[in-house]
Design a protein around this ligand. Sequence first.
Ligand code: ADP
Ligand code: MG
Ligand code: ZN
Length: 592
Amino acid sequence: MNKQTKQALIFVAILLAILAVFQFADIGSPKTKESTITEIKQLVQDKKVSEIRVKGSKIEARVDGEVLIAYIEKSAQLSDYQITPDNVNIVVEDPDKGSLLPNLLTIFLPFLLIAGFLYFMLKSATGSNMRAMDFGRSKAQLYLGKHKISFADVAGAEEAKQELEEVVEFLRYPEKFRRLGAEIPKGVLLVGPPGTGKTLIARAVAGEAGVPFFSVSASEFVEMFVGVGAARTRDIFAKAKRNAPSIMFIDELDAIGRQRGSGLGGSHDEREQTLNQILVEMDGFNPGTKVVVMAATNRPDVLDPALLRPGRFDRRVMLDLPNKKERKAIFEVHLKNKPVDKTVNAEKIAQGTAGFSGADIKNVANEAAIFAARQNKKTISQNDLNWAVEKVFLGPERRSKVLSEKEKEITAYHEAGHAIVGHILPGTDPIHKISVVSRGMALGFTWSVPLEDLHLSSKEKFEDQIAQMLAGRVAEEIQFNSITTGASNDLKNATKIARDMVTRYGMSDEIGPMTLGEKEELIFLGKELAEHKTYSEKSAALIDQEVSDIINEAKKRAYQVLAKHKKMLKQIAEKLLKEETIEGEDFARLFK
Ligand code: ADP
Ligand code: MG
Ligand code: ZN
């Protein structure tokens, strides 16, 4: 039973009780009986009446335990019936007095009932569904005390932690900074790809500083009605100030912080107002306000410049995808509370998970635990972790997807082609695993993992990578002298790299070092919808020519490699058909 029905029931019960009291108020008094004045006159003369009460024209006579009631004419008097104080005790009462309360009640009870009814109607309406009066309130969540997160829960990200240490210091000992006239950071913007721990580190700052942490996701500001976001902004800032020193955290800031004046659609005004309100609130902090506003985004490039100017989100803390050492540390954090056996080697998993974010790693640890539990094991092994890495990276296996014998064979040669070219050419990453088990959309996969995290790529590396991508299709051509649709994704990726080499990285000799074309994002749709052509038709034709040259050159190299290793191609494809997967180490051994 919910609270409202309970209250309504109590209300009804009270009403019934009141009614009952009036209904049975006469319980203790004697029985009444209609009678006539002549009868009473007789009884008086017989001395059977102990008392007579007169209420206007109503006569009540008490006769041992009974009350007889009779009425006399208005003009008549009791003495007309020989009833006088001489022979009986007479009490005269004000006719209206006794009935005053019941009378009032009969007048007001309906009103009371209606008022009560309305009250409960309104109460339940605002309480549960409508929230008609509640729009302007923010749904900011307050985290305090419980689930306290500290910097120890954030693995890696050392520089970010160092920067934020300062914020923690300020929130803990504001006087220390103020004495020296230091301006306190007002806004800290956490920038990094999804899943790199932005939300996590913001909560860790609150945990370390031991202050209230108000968290709100920017998308909550955007509602149906214009002005609601601004009202919520005021509300959450007011809350944070009331609880100062405190941290206010706006997650996914880009949802409202995109550049103003460039949107599409109706709620554009709303975003703009909300954003303006945030700017106003941040400017309105007086120097003593001990509120630090933190925000997170993975799209700093689309943020309105007004948000980033000094005095607002002027501090930026970068969170990058973790490198190998950091991945190892993150694995250790997430395996800490899970029972693992001796085979588990965090170093090795970290090695094989280049490009994974912290969130991916958490996911891997969790999937491994689920996988181990499904096998009724007590501990998690390295194999469980490897299985989980594959699942997270490539999508779940789809063994139910049945390929015909011919399709299997084509897939085996295709993957063997990728693997061999990837192994031979110097600019590609070592082969980690080859498989002809369907996963996600792919019929098979060749998985390469870099030896170390690299931040720069070179023209030669790109060329080798494109050759590896095309090698699947080249292998099909060599073996079956026909081509299939299986390579469409490879072609797409290869073309994209080639195009980027020409238009973004200036790696074409013909065109030279410049970028061509500017991507403009249409706000709200968030996709690369329009690419402004900032070059002439002549350049466009030249770009196409250059891209096509790169692709064809790469294809030629793939062909050369595979033609030279034709025996190996056959050997690996046959092994794949027999065993379905080949591990990287076994694969490398075949070449020795
Ligand atoms: P973001 O907000 O950057 O998208 P989150 O902070 O939501 O990412 O991270 C999601 C989850 O990934 C976290 O709850 C945490 O469990 C895990 N995670 C991410 N980065 C780290 C890290 N550096 N150390 C430990 N766990 C991490
Ligand atoms: Mg987040
Ligand atoms: Zn392929």
